[in-house]
Every structure is written in C-alpha cells, then in structure tokens.
Design a protein around this ligand. Structure first.
Ligand code: ZN
Length: 565
C-alpha cells in the first residue's frame, strides 16, 4: 500500500500520516453542524470530506474514533470576525420562528441526522449513531467548557470583564495566526472600528458571554441551567471553585470544540477536519485555547491536533450560494424539491433524467465527493446529471455481475491470470490515488477503468464473483451502490424442505413497500406448499401477490428464479 499523505494546513505541506499511537486508533475530530436550520450542500461537502478520510483510513486497516459535534448554542451570526459580536444563531432562529431554542436545536438536529443517514455518513451507522460521545452536543459539555475557561484564567491566557464575560487575550499567545497564516497586525485591521470597551484588545475573542436576553444560559455558581449531573461534574473538574466574577451566561462557539474534542478524544488528537471557512477564526481559536488551558503541544507545535484538513469552498454556478439567485440548496431541496417548496428545481432536474425531479441521495453523495477536497468545487445541476450517469454505470455493472453469479450457482469456473491482474491493478491504483491526499478524481478514473475493462471482458461466474468483491472494496469508500440482493434462485430441494415444515402464510408489509428477499422466498414456499396440497386457489394467490409487488419469477429445472423490481 502507498503511504497516506495529507495536506496539513498547520504546516502548509504534504505530510505522511502516522497515527500518534502506532497502529491507531486514529483520533479524528470534525466540526459538525450548527443546528439552527437545514444543512446545505456546502456543509455536507465538509462532512463528506471527513467521511472520505475516515473510510480511507479504515480501508487501510486503521480503527478510527470519529467525533463530530453538534453545535446547539453559542455560534454567533458574526463569529467569522472572531470578536464575539452578533446574535446567537439559535436564538435568532428561535425568535424568528417563535419557538424555544432547545426545540429549534432538537428539530434541526433530527433533520441533520436524517440527512447524514440518507447521505450514508459512516459515523451515523449502527450503534455509533446513538453514541453521545461521538456526536456530542455543546449544551451537554458546558461543565467541561467552564473548567477549561477557569484554567485559561488561572494560567493567565484569559480575563474577566466587569459584566462577568471572559475573553481570550491573544497577546498572550504569539502563535495566534499560525494556522491561517494571518499576522497579528493584519488581524488588527480586520476587526470592527468601534473598540469594545470591555476588551483589552479588539482582537481578543469571547470564551464566555453574558447576555440577560439570551434564552440558553448557565449559572456557573449554583448549577441553574445545567443538565442533570453536569454541575457535579463541573465541581469535580474545578475543585478549587470557579472565578467568582464569572457571570450567568453561555459559552462561545470556539471553546466548545476545544472542550468536546478533549472530553471525547483526549488531549492530543490525530486529525481535525473542517471547512476552509473554519480555519480562521474558529480553528485558530481552538488551538490557542487548548494550548492556553492545558499546554497541549505535539511535534514541537503548540497545537492539540497533529494534522488539520480543510475542504475548500463550494460554489454554485461559479458563485457563492445565494438565496436571492435561487442557488442556495439544502440537501433536502435536491432530494425532494417539490416537498421543500422548490418547484423551480423540479423541471431542470427532470430534464436531467431525475424521476419527479428527485435526486437520489447516492447521486448527491457522489457529486459532492467527486472533486479534490483541496480545490474549490463548482456545483451545478449538470454535475448531478453526470453523477447520476456514474452511479448508474456502477449499479448496472453490480447488477450484471450478480446475475452472472446467480445464473450458475453450481459451477465455480475459473479466473484467468489476466483478469486477476486487472483487478489487483485497479485496487492498487485506487489506493494510490486516495493515498495521495485523497485525490478523488484520480481514484474515480481507476474505478471507471475497472468498469470499462470488466464490461469488455464479459466475465464468467467465477470471475464475476471476484469482480464483485473488488467492486465492494471500491464501494466501501464511495458507498453509492444498492448492494441488496435483488435476485436469486430458490432450489426445488429447498422449496420441498421448507414446505414440509408447514410454515404459516407470511405477513406482508403494506402495498407500496418493497418485499425483502426473505419474504419473496416465503411466498414461493407458500405457493409450493399450496400446489402440493392441490389448493390451487391459494397457490395462485401467492403468485399474484408476487406479481402485484413487481417480483418477476421464472420456474426452471433447478428451482424458481426471482427478481425484485
Ligand atoms: Zn468546531
């Protein structure tokens, strides 16, 4: 296997990746969504970069401990300026929608999880999806944030103003700017003109905000607002007690990720991912806080993360996404435009071949992952059309290979050395492309070389089985195929054995829902049992049920062949 190389924003160079603990697990932290609205495709380009990285690491044999947070408080509308002005995005949404911010957060978190699951993010599969330490909510870690803030005050990196707010004093951390490459004087020009009185330097950023009008707030001294058990945790973390000047307030966005990364992964992590717009100020601030509070350093650098990976911007039609131009797309807008009130998208998507204007999630996933993460992506509806063609080609190869295998269940056949070499070559080419800083365009070129050559070869059953296995490895990263078993053969011997056991008639899902292969088999057994008992009406009913649900069956000398719609 080629050595994995990643472009590290911190060193601005391509570096070989080795986990801190030899052999792993790789500790991976990704900045997650702020749950005040539906996630858009630019957000998901970033989350899919994390997903790609994780899958590549796993393909290379590493275990990955992946944490992606949920920001449900403290992300201000003007946080890109790093001066703690603006309104909390959640409070703003709550005010506009006339709801409680906790309700807003819970609602949009649920929507995010649905989108993440539909787009097949690996960290939302199986038991991991339910693990709160893999998807920490900021509001659940306020104790850890306050403990970190206390440490920053004690170590002289932060100060408390008259209102009980806490700021990080950037003059105490000369490395501030190392990630973004900004120098401190340049930053001075970037901040707003009116100097906020309570700050020592306009460039200082907030760790703890006090705002009596804010609906989500925590009293660090008596535990009001804390989740059950959290205040006791805070007291244990800060046995000497908190600075009495701290006001009733809420955490800043930046401290959240520093505290959650440490609480869920430990003091030093391997890789931190995010979007390009997170580099400054968000990640710059995370580095400053983690060093200030705990002295976290790695490889001689004052950074708690060893590698920093950032996905470049996503543009739509060559420009920034814009609601006014109709180029602002949430994931849902594309998956089901009609339902989202985006009738404007239905006709152009239908023209591109999308049934009802609905884009399958696998197609959107493929489109958002198809270019190199280090280059900005120009998203267009035509790109979705191309992604559809790619996914369709992969799916039809998959289905053909399956059919080949099913057509000759008994005969293994043989695989020629040329075909073996083709498969090995494709796999090593795919690996080498991804090892080169996750170069997806080159990896996809290997995938489609594979499709072309396997199609040209027209392999027999044994070679098809090998090719299907190779396709499975490629799709372990791409994850765009419907790999369900869609066709099969139930042998006469099996039908007889199962009919002899006199099973009850199968209970079926409502009309319109797909039948599983197990239910198809159960209906075929039912038909067989009825025929043996000469109950032809019952046999016909089973056959009609299959037909009505779109299942094609064919009686052959070996048994009954079936195919799902
Ligand atoms: Zn973050």
């Amino acid at each position: 296997m080629a050595t994995l190389k990643l472009h590290n924003t911190l060193t601005k160079s391509l570096e070989s990746f080795e986990p801190l603990a030899p052999g792993g697990p790789v500790l991976l932290y990704s900045c997650g969504p702020t749950v005040y609205s539906y996630a858009h495709i630019g957000n998901f380009r970033s989350f899919l970069l994390a997903d790609l990285l994780r899958r590549v690491l796993e393909m290379r044999g590493f275990a990955v401990r992946h944490v992606m947070n949920i920001t449900d408080v403290g992300h201000l509308t003007e946080d890109h300026l790093a001066d703690a002005a603006g309104e909390d995005k959640l409070s703003k949404a709550a005010r506009e929608l006339g709801k409680d911010p906790y309700q807003i957060a819970a609602h949009f978190e649920r929507c995010f999880v649905e989108d993440a699951t539909t787009l097949r993010l690996a960290n939302y599969r199986g038991a991991e999806a339910q693990d709160q330490t893999r998807h920490p909510r900021a509001t659940a870690f306020v104790a850890e944030m306050l403990a970190m803030i206390q440490s920053l005050i004690e170590r002289g990196f932060a100060y408390v103003d008259a209102a009980g707010q806490v700021y990080f004093e950037i003059a105490k951390f000369p490395e501030y700017g190392q990630l973004s490459g900004k120098d401190l004087d340049e930053l001075r020009e970037g901040v707003r003109v009116e100097v906020r009185e309570e700050k020592r330097d306009p460039r200082d950023f907030a760790l703890w905000k006090v705002d009596p009008g804010h609906l989500m707030k925590w009293n660090p001294h008596d535990g009001t607002g804390f989740a059950p058990g959290a205040f006791a945790r805070l007291q244990a973390l800060v046995p000497g007690g908190l600075d009495p000047r701290l006001g009733v307030g809420f955490p800043g966005w930046h401290i959240e990720c520093s505290a959650m990364a440490r609480a869920c992964l430990g003091p030093i992590i391997d890789i931190h991912t995010g979007g390009e717009d997170n580099i400054f100020p968000h990640h710059e601030c995370e580095i400053a806080q983690s060093f200030g509070a705990h002295g976290d350093t790695t490889a001689g650098r004052k950074s708690f993360a060893r590698y920093w990976l950032h996905g470049r911007h996503l543009l739509v039609d060559g420009r920034k996404m814009s609601k006014r131009d109709g180029t602002f797309y949430t994931v849902r807008d594309l998956l089901d435009p009609e339902r989202q009130g985006r009738a404007d998208l239905v006709a152009p998507l239908r023209d591109l071949g999308f049934d009802g204007g609905r884009v399958p999630a696998t197609v959107l996933r493929h489109a958002l992952m198809s270019n190199a993460y280090g280059q900005s992506m120009n998203f267009t509806l035509e790109l979705l059309g191309q992604a559809k063609a790619s996914v369709d080609r992969l799916q039809s190869l998959h289905d053909r290979l399956r059919e080949r295998i099913d057509a000759a269940p008994a005969g293994p056949g043989s695989v020629g050395p040329g075909f073996e070499a083709l498969l090995a070559g494709v796999q090593s080419g795919f690996d080498a492309a991804l090892a080169d800083d996750l170069n997806m365009p080159n990896a996809l070129a290997e995938v489609f070389r594979f499709v072309r050559e396997v199609n040209a070869e027209d392999p027999g059953p044994a070679a098809s089985a090998k090719a299907l296995e190779a396709l499975g490895v490629l799709d372990g990263v791409l994850d765009v195929l419907d790999r369900r078993v869609r066709a099969g053969l139930i042998t006469t011997a099996e039908l007889q054995a199962r009919a002899a056991a006199k099973p009850p008639a199968p209970s079926l899902p409502p009309e319109g829902e797909p039948l599983s292969p197990a239910l198809v088999a159960a209906l075929l057994v039912e038909r067989h049992a009825a025929r043996l008992a000469k109950e032809f009406g019952r046999a016909d009913a089973a056959r009609d049920t299959l037909k009505r649900r779109g299942v094609v069956i064919e009686d052959t000398p070996h048994g009954v062949r079936w195919k799902l719609p």
